[in-house]
Design a protein around this ligand. Structure first.
Ligand code: PHE
Length: 446
């Protein structure tokens, strides 16, 4: 195992928490509500749930098998498992995707730090949240500065190695985040927009489903579960002991999905109560929840706690992406950990600066008619992750040695044996077909 100085998770529980830390992040609390808002709410939720089960779960298991069987990172795993072929290209795609995601993720995480400061200064009480948010984003230098803080914090933790930092803290902080969210969701009942919000989230109107919603839903499944870009491969490569990984990954999937749903319950009643448009886009959660903190009893502390935990959720996710890229630089270029981190964070900061600038009102930093920030978000979730995921399942289902696959999946016939056949069917036939169809339809080819 110790052929690379990358470290290892001590226990399956620790790995599970790190995997959950990677999965649970801004994707659940920030991205899910705004996408659901733009895609008609309940219909989107159903699509998303269906795709989590049918595509997300088989995908996350595929990545676990690749990482576990090779004990290498995103590129090295494919090189080792299929020598002499070009499947390692999936790893290069993953590294590019890592930069693209961090390029906008760090900006949103920067917002979180800024809102934390606002919450601490009790600034939510006065209302005017929309104006102050706009002022913040339009100042340009502020979002850049806050992103820099976030990227720096991520780099510092990754520099310390994975097991002592991430594993230890994820175990405590992730459950706390969920409890705070549940508290907010319960508080939703007191809001005047409660029933409207619930209806929006849970009463499906299938006429709202378009090709775009399917596309957004599959992108969100990949994004929220951290799949399609080698992060799960990298994390799974750090497992030392043979344990029932199928069960752990299943549990993580359930946790991740629950966080998204609870976030929806916390956010949508507030959206309707305070007259925000569900179609608002990326600022949705940041505008909806501070209003709730301003009026709820004890809102000062809840708001503070919420942004602290959201920041941590963002950190544990960004760490997983950074770790994947850093592991690649270390393995393939024999860079030291510190040099690899500097290269990664430097690249991320360039992208984050451009995406923060592109959000300033009237900015001309646009690609295909959308601002650079939205472009990075769409490019990563809707194209890079889905294509990376498609190639990964094809690799697992059709290229990887069947015996190795079986032995890794079941830990040599010990666990989840009954699930192996259905799993094979999903990754050989269903997933490649479904993902390919969705991409091709979106591109207008099918
Ligand atoms: N899953 C994380 C989230 O929901 C984001 C992420 C995407 C992390 C891809 C790793 C890889 O916030």
């Amino acid at each position: 195992m110790n052929d690379t100085p990358r470290g290892a998770f001590k226990s399956n529980f620790g790995l599970m928490m790190a995997v959950a830390g990677s999965a649970v992040g801004l994707g659940n609390i920030w991205r899910f509500p705004f996408l659901a808002g733009q895609n008609g709410g309940a219909a989107f939720l159903l699509l998303y749930l269906g795709l989590v089960l049918l595509v997300g779960l088989p995908m996350i298991l595929s990545e676990f098998v690749i990482g576990r069987a090779s004990r290498r990172g995103a590129v090295g795993s494919f090189k080792l498992l299929s020598p002499g072929t070009r499947w390692y290209g999936i790893g290069y795609l993953a590294v590019i995707t890592g930069f693209v995601i961090l390029g906008f993720y760090s900006v949103v995480a920067g917002w979180t730090i800024r809102f934390l400061v606002e919450a601490a200064s009790n600034n939510f009480v006065d209302g005017g949240i929309t104006e102050s948010f706009d002022g913040f984003v339009n100042s340009a230098w502020q979002p850049i500065l806050y992103s820099l803080l976030f990227v720096g914090a991520t780099a510092a933790i990754v520099a310390g190695g994975v097991e002592k930092g991430i594993e230890k803290y994820s175990k405590i902080l992730m459950p706390m985040l969920l409890v705070t969210l549940v508290l907010l969701a319960i508080n939703s009942v007191t809001l005047s927009g409660f029933s409207q919000g619930m209806e929006f989230l849970f009463k499906p109107d299938f006429s709202k489903i378009t090709m775009n919603s399917v596309f957004d839903a599959i992108g969100q499944v990949f994004f929220t579960l951290s799949i399609g870009m080698g992060v799960m491969i990298t994390y799974s490569s750090y497992v030392v002991k043979d344990e029932n990984m199928v069960r752990s990954k299943g549990i993580v999937t359930v946790i991740d999905t629950s966080v998204a749903i609870v976030s929806g319950i916390a956010v949508f009643p507030a959206v309707f109560t305070y007259g925000l448009a569900p179609t608002q886009g990326p600022s949705l959660v940041f505008l909806a929840l501070p209003n709730v903190f301003a009026q709820m009893p004890g809102g000062y502390f809840v708001g503070l706690l919420f942004f602290v935990l959201l920041l941590i959720a963002a950190l544990t996710s960004a760490i997983s992406i950074t770790e994947m890229v850093v592991a690649y630089f270390m393995e393939e270029f024999k860079l030291s950990r510190i040099k690899a981190i500097l290269a990664t964070s430097g690249g991320v900061m360039i992208l984050a600066t451009v995406s923060a600038l592109s959000q300033v009102e009237g900015s001309s930093i646009r690609i295909f008619g959308i601002n650079f920030f939205d472009f990075l978000d769409m490019l990563s979730a809707n194209y890079l992750l889905t294509i990376g995921g498609l190639l990964t399942v094809i690799f697992t289902g059709w290229v990887l040695d069947k015996k190795l696959l079986y032995n890794t999946f079941t830990s040599g016939g010990r666990y989840a044996v009954w699930l192996f056949k259905p799993f094979m069917f999903m990754i050989k036939f269903f997933c490649p077909f479904a993902i390919a169809m969705i991409i091709l339809s979106k591109l207008g080819i099918f």
